[in-house]
Design a protein around this ligand. Sequence first.
Ligand SMILES: CCCCCCCCCCCCCC(=O)SCCNC(=O)CCNC(=O)[C@H](O)C(C)(C)COP(=O)(O)OP(=O)(O)OC[C@H]1O[C@@H](n2cnc3c(N)ncnc32)[C@H](O)[C@@H]1OP(=O)(O)O
Ligand SMILES: Cc1cc2nc3c(=O)[nH]c(=O)nc-3n(C[C@H](O)[C@H](O)[C@H](O)COP(=O)(O)OP(=O)(O)OC[C@H]3O[C@@H](n4cnc5c(N)ncnc54)[C@H](O)[C@@H]3O)c2cc1C
Length: 679
Amino acid sequence: MKQDETMKVKRYDDTNVNPDFVAERKKCTFNIELLTNIIDGSSYLTETRRQAQLAVLNNESFSNLPDRYYASRDEAYAQNIRKSAAYIKLLKEDKSISRAESYFMQCLIFPNEVPPFSLHTTMFTPTFESMADEEQKKLWMPRIENYEILGTYIQTEMGHGTNVRGLETTATFDPSTDEFIIHSPTLTSIKWWPGGLGKTCNCAIVMASLITNGRNEGIHPFIVQLRDFETHEPLKGGLTIGDIGTKLGFHGMDNGFVKFDQFRIPRRNMLMKSAKVTRDGTYQKEKKLEKLKYGSMVFVRAMLVFNQAGQGLAQAVTIAARYSCVRRQSEYAPGQEEPHIIEYQAQQHILFTELAASYIFYIAGNKLRELYFTMNYDIQKGDLSDLPELHALSAGLKALTLDEAVVGIERCRLICGGHGYSAASGIPKIYTEVVAACTYEGVHPVLYLQTARYLLKVYQAALLSSSASSLPDNQSSKYIFRHLHSERPRFHFPLSFVEIVEAFERRALMCIEKASKKLDGLLATGRPHHEAWNYSACYLIRAAKAHSHVYLTSSVHEQLETVRQEDAGVYTVLGQLFELYALKSIVDHAVEFIESCGITTDQINICIERIEALLLNIRPNVLPLVDAFDFPDRLLGSALGCYDGNVYQRLYEYALNSPLNKSTVNVAYFVYYIAINIS
Ligand SMILES: CCCCCCCCCCCCCC(=O)SCCNC(=O)CCNC(=O)[C@H](O)C(C)(C)COP(=O)(O)OP(=O)(O)OC[C@H]1O[C@@H](n2cnc3c(N)ncnc32)[C@H](O)[C@@H]1OP(=O)(O)O
Ligand SMILES: Cc1cc2nc3c(=O)[nH]c(=O)nc-3n(C[C@H](O)[C@H](O)[C@H](O)COP(=O)(O)OP(=O)(O)OC[C@H]3O[C@@H](n4cnc5c(N)ncnc54)[C@H](O)[C@@H]3O)c2cc1C
């Protein structure tokens, strides 16, 4: 992408900034730019992001008109299609735009939106690439990469989401025509929810039960054309397609349904990398590659940690922090000017703990993303040995970080008082987008249980091993084995960073042990495995959460060790945030830490005192810490959270633009009150 040199020096527009903000920013004790680089991953990526964002801001086609908060659903969808067309045209014309640049552009073009074509890049293309054989890739990929084919991912049905094996849609091989017949046999088998299906995409990967020679071979992926490439009309031959209607959020997205009525596709539309049906209907599969079909779910779950939990919470925190440094309320000391609400300890406790969480999710999310790409390299080459670890980590972390992030976003909204409830605050929009991620790509109880299933296996293997080298070379096996075969360490308070990680590991091991004992205990009473598993769920979920906390703390600690060599100022503030997040988690789960680490309630009280001290430490840097996220105002879409702090002026402008203010007397009022009274 063509670079703009002027951007390198100018990060924000510093004119017309609220004087309170100017004073706040002067208190900064660290190098903001360095912290931004850490969040982005490197100084190169910061620069890449800014250039990409500048290109969006300078391009009229990407404007948010009509106003995103006043747009009807039709308008919101139309706006997204307009921007999508311009964006795809740009990508086609400028082949020098890298993947990273296009990602950064997309985030800003569609602020806090999942646009209608997004399934094409996040699920359709990765699934196709991973599940198609070489000949299929040669045939389809050029049109997929060229956006001539715009695809979605169709898995969920009206009656089944979690239980993928329970999906009812069938793909029956007809050897007489060399075709599969895709069919929805029941009302509940209608495919339901896929993004972009309602109106936008012309193709899809459809997950359906493969039937050949009278045998059901289980769920397999098929590439299916849904709409005509010229007219965009749904194809004839047995398709009923539409939009599923208004949802909590996602207004600009056409989540859709499709009912297949004996719809025919060529045999070679089955994706045939790991399994195939030959011309005579013989089914062949490569057992070791079977789990590749889950790959795209693992990918998106791994990305959601930084993309939704990290970024979503960071945006809400940015808005609440800036607003808290503008808003004045209540008499603090008799006769004195009202203080900014940021000065209240109650406000700080919520705001700073969420600020800390957002940094933790961002940094750990970046590390998970790197881990995904490292492990996926081998997985795609056919070595699936890392897949269980990656699946367990991505499932547990997706669940834990999003669970914590949505609560955090709502807490940020609440501490903005009444204006937090206005769409103009930007927080309701962030919330409705992020909370969707708690459902799509797997609901959380189910994901925690997947993580726990893996942890119990690792635990059993570690119990039976005499040396760590006989176990798989991954983080879970290492810490579980190490703590299982060593004495409990003595913890000193306040805890050092190393001790914090150790404490989280001990707690996770204890939760895994308890879950294992619970399950074994129920099995010993003669209960069947599925029943014993079901009645151990609370223990299993606690184990999965504790394990996910280990990854969060250990990966951020690892990052801190690197930062320590680089910059003392950044190390200090990042260390404060790390400690705050960790101590709050310890206090919130005090019983588990007391039991697993042999610590006392007095020591938990030391943690509580330390949290209060950390609030004071963090206070001077609060605005610089949110500035370091470097969110453009356009992305936040918030009257409360703009960089310049001119909150009240923006709120007033927002109200004046309300469509209800277009007339002085509303038509409905006139028709139903005034006109009737006159007659
Ligand atoms: C770039 C940034 C992008 C971000 C923006 C994104 C926008 C996105 C827009 C919105 C997009 C929304 C898009 C959407 O929402 S797409 C729809 C998403 N749907 C779901 O996520 C459904 C959730 N259900 C499941 O995940 C599974 O089917 C479960 C797990 C419940 C099956 O349970 P069951 O027990 O019946 O499974 P099994 O017998 O089939 O298999 C069991 C074996 O398989 C292993 N296993 C299971 N799962 C995985 C896995 N994933 N990777 C690797 N391995 C896996 C498992 O450990 C076990 O191994 P073992 O113990 O036997 O060795
Ligand atoms: C905004 C949005 C976008 C989506 N996009 C897509 C898409 O593009 N493509 C697609 O195919 N799908 C998509 N989905 C569907 C989504 O993946 C499913 O909704 C999700 O996997 C949950 O399935 P379900 O709705 O059938 O819930 P269910 O499986 O019915 O679960 C309901 C509840 O039951 C409980 N439960 C269910 N099973 C278990 C269990 N085994 N153990 C313990 N508790 C359990 C859980 O509490 C769960 O929350 C989308 C959904 C949303 C909201």
